[in-house]
Design a protein around this ligand. Structure first.
Ligand code: ADP
Ligand code: MG
Length: 253
């Protein structure tokens, strides 16, 4: 039998995870395995549990039952090794805080810097490369609060890239960004995948999913579907889950 890299050596292995917030069931029996070199879309409407799944994967939300393994180890160990980069849906940053785009990206290097947190050449180079990749070199010194929403998303993507982690978790990176930025981010995510990284990217807006993702999973508290974007985004799902009356609208490139 040929070895299956996804089954034998998963980068991310979520097994039968359930999460309850008091009375609310946010996730129920979710299992997901991702191998290297893939962009997987985590699709679902608002409230379907996408952010909770990220929270569980990064160790911020404790599952009521089930397990999460990252690169064959536990969540805490993966975080210590900076092996998982996480771009939250909302940025925990004060927009009036006088910090530039470059400084934000540099925080992605903290785990590499040791306790002194003094950036070395390799850290500065990683920051410059990441800024370049997302097209933010020219605005690197601008205060984070003075950037547009789309530009801030690019900066936080650069932060995740600079961390140089094998697994990237991106929670709604396309929310509030224009079409051009979405296309550029798609190109960057494909480069990361071709580099052998694993990307899990959530979105409640399925425009562009076909182009972006190799694989898609549909979440609605439970995992409803798992396959190629075309297999998952059937006319029935488009209508029933995402409320499209004309499926052609979304399927068109
Ligand atoms: P999504 O990211 O897909 O919009 P979430 O994971 O944010 O979904 O939310 C899933 C469900 O869990 C929703 O019903 C939401 O209201 C609920 N929820 C999320 N976070 C909390 C929390 N901290 N406390 C209580 N309920 C929460
Ligand atoms: Mg969310």
């Amino acid at each position: 039998m040929t070895p299956d890299p996804v089954l034998d050596d998963p980068v991310l292995d979520i097994e039968d995870v359930s999460v309850h917030y008091g009375e609310v069931t946010a996730l129920s029996g979710v299992s997901l395995r991702l191998g290297t070199g893939t962009v997987c879309g985590l699709l679902g409407t608002n409230g379907s549990g996408k952010s909770t799944l990220f929270g569980t994967t990064i160790g911020l939300v404790r599952p009521s039952s089930g397990t999460v393994r990252l690169l064959g180890g536990g969540v805490a160990e993966a975080r210590r090794r900076a092996a998982v980069a996480y771009m939250p849906q909302t940025e925990a940053i004060d927009r009036d805080f006088p910090v530039g785009a470059r400084d934000v990206v540099l925080t992605g290097r903290y785990a590499h810097m040791g306790i002194t947190r003094r950036p070395r050449r390799a850290d500065r180079d990683a920051v410059d490369t990441a800024l370049e990749r997302v097209g933010m070199t020219g605005l690197a010194d601008r205060q984070i609060g003075r950037l547009s929403g789309g530009q801030r998303k690019r900066v936080f993507l650069a932060r995740a890239i600079a961390q140089d982690a094998p697994l990237l978790l991106l929670d709604e990176p396309f929310a509030g960004v224009d079409r051009g930025t979405q296309e550029e981010m798609t190109r960057v995510l494909h480069e990361l995948r071709d580099d052998g990284r694993t990307v899990l990217v959530s979105t409640h807006d399925i425009t562009g999913v076909e182009r972006l993702c190799d694989r898609a999973v549909l979440l609605a508290t439970r995992l409803l579907a798992d396959g190629t974007p075309a297999q998952v985004l059937t006319p029935d799902v488009l209508g029933r889950v995402f409320g499209f009356t004309d499926a052609e609208e979304v399927a068109a490139p």
